[in-house]
Design a binder for this molecule. Structure first.
Ligand code: ATP
Ligand code: MG
Length: 415
């Protein structure tokens, strides 16, 4: 059988990968910056392969392998948003005899005995001695000579071998591998992802990235009530989101004081609402420091007490910053499907408690009363508590290459 997505024909000496852009082609004069950003993101995703060079044209991007193996690249590219599809290609000299030999060689390697084929030649270099139609004839005949009995088929052939004559050589390709679609991460600006250790928020982060948002992960930790493992789990989930972009900043917020204070001063029915309001205010402060535009969270309507519409109103009251909730209308099973596809599900269901679980009141209000919320908050030093939490954040860059990301806190980067 022909190789399917992800498992390419290793016998072929691919020299480059030709990348076709997705939706960005509709973006008018922003197109150039979109393409530049995509090129950066591709380089980030392929940082483990420094020998590869990237050349981004108006219509396509070329990744020159320079001797690198194609297979690992073919595995990584489908995670880069903004790519419609891509074709591993072989470049040969622009000489008819050389092209004929290469076509015969490729066909012999991929033909397993029953596939139909077609040649689709394209002459971008109009000085070449044969035009597209002539090339189709010549190369088709060459395939019949090399593989007696093979059948040609013009409509939906099993193998469509594309041959493109360009200024710097002839390019052969037969695979078109589906890309991730979406927009290049970063082209929509930056957002702060409120990342717990659960199933929903990593999915929310993934979906925001798919539409071009560059995310930074904000995680609230309440040691010693929350464990080192819970923190590590949030970092590991962040690592799972890095292949889509290259690197993600992980921001840990010390939340113990706030949770203790709320527990001490507020009736339990309102712990949850007040806790969430603090989380949102702090995330918003961090957003300003980090020059983000929006906040992203994993709220899903009606899932738990904090996610009723009334709760959302009470929590959302503390900020006018837009909050993107990519999974808000999804059923849990739909969210789990995505979590499995992006490989965050198994990690997310590990049983390390996060700060919300530990301080979860037995009966949180599902319809919090805003007057009471204000009344209870007046008992607290809201500004001081927020300022102390923000002063204590730790920022760490998490990248896909090292599973154990560099743990050096980068405070210097912050202000
Ligand atoms: P998740 O699966 O993402 O944990 P959930 O269904 O458990 O979501 P909640 O615990 O109510 O829902 O949290 C709702 C949202 O609040 C989360 O999706 C996340 O965006 C944010 N959140 C909750 N806990 C934390 C935390 N410890 N740090 C950062 N954000 C959090
Ligand atoms: Mg949760």
């Amino acid at each position: 059988m022909l190789p399917t997505k992800g498992e390419t024909n290793v016998n072929l000496n691919y020299t480059e990968i030709m990348v076709r852009y997705g939706e960005l082609s509709t973006k008018g004069k922003n197109r150039r910056s979109f393409i530049m950003r995509l090129a950066e993101n591709v380089k980030g995703a392929l940082s483990a392969h420094p020998e590869i060079t990237v050349k981004a044209d108006r219509d396509r991007m070329h990744l020159y392998l320079n001797g690198a193996e194609a297979a690992p690249i073919i595995e990584k590219l489908p995670k880069v948003f903004g790519i419609q599809n891509f074709s591993p290609s072989i470049r040969v000299e622009k000489d008819l005899d050389v092209i004929i030999a290469a076509v015969q060689d490729v066909m012999k390697k991929i033909y397993t005995g029953s596939e139909t084929f077609k040649i689709t030649a394209k002459r971008s270099d109009h000085d070449f001695i044969q035009n597209s139609d002539e090339l189709n004839q010549t190369l088709g005949a060459a395939v019949f000579r090399a593989i007696p009995g093979i059948k040609a088929q013009m409509k939906k052939p099993d193998i469509n071998l594309r041959v493109e004559i360009r200024a710097n050589g002839a390019y052969l390709s037969y695979e078109t591998i589906q890309g991730a679609g979406g927009l290049p991460v970063g082209t929509s600006g930056r957002g702060m992802l409120m990342l717990s250790g659960g199933i929903d928020s990593p999915v929310a982060g993934y979906l925001a990235m798919k539409r071009g948002v560059e995310i930074e992960a904000v995680h609230f930790a309440s040691p010693p009530y929350t464990s080192e493992q819970a923190l590590q789990k949030a970092k590991d989930l962040t690592t799972k989101l890095t292949p889509y972009v290259g690197q993600i900043q992980f921001i840990e917020v010390p939340f113990t004081e706030i949770q203790e204070e709320i527990k001490r001063s507020v009736p339990q029915g309102y712990w949850m609402t007040l806790t969430r309001r603090f989380m949102l205010r702090i995330t918003d402060e961090i957003r300003q420091l980090r020059r983000g535009l929006v906040i992203i969270n994993g709220e899903s309507l009606g899932q738990v007490a904090s996610q009723t519409l009334q709760s959302m109103v009470a929590i959302n009251e503390v900020t006018a910053t837009p909050i993107i909730r990519p999974v808000v209308t999804m059923d849990k099973l739909e969210i789990i499907d995505i979590a499995q596809a992006i490989d965050t599900f198994q990690l997310a269901i590990q049983p390390f408690e996060d700060c919300c679980t530990i301080f979860a009141p037995p009966q949180p209000k599902t319809r919090p009363n805003l007057e009471k919320v204000h009344y209870y908050e007046a008992r607290l030093d809201v500004e001081g508590m927020i300022a102390r939490a923000v002063a204590g954040i730790k920022i760490e860059a998490i990248s896909p290459v090292s599973e154990n990301a560099d743990t050096a806190a980068e405070f210097a980067d912050l202000l």
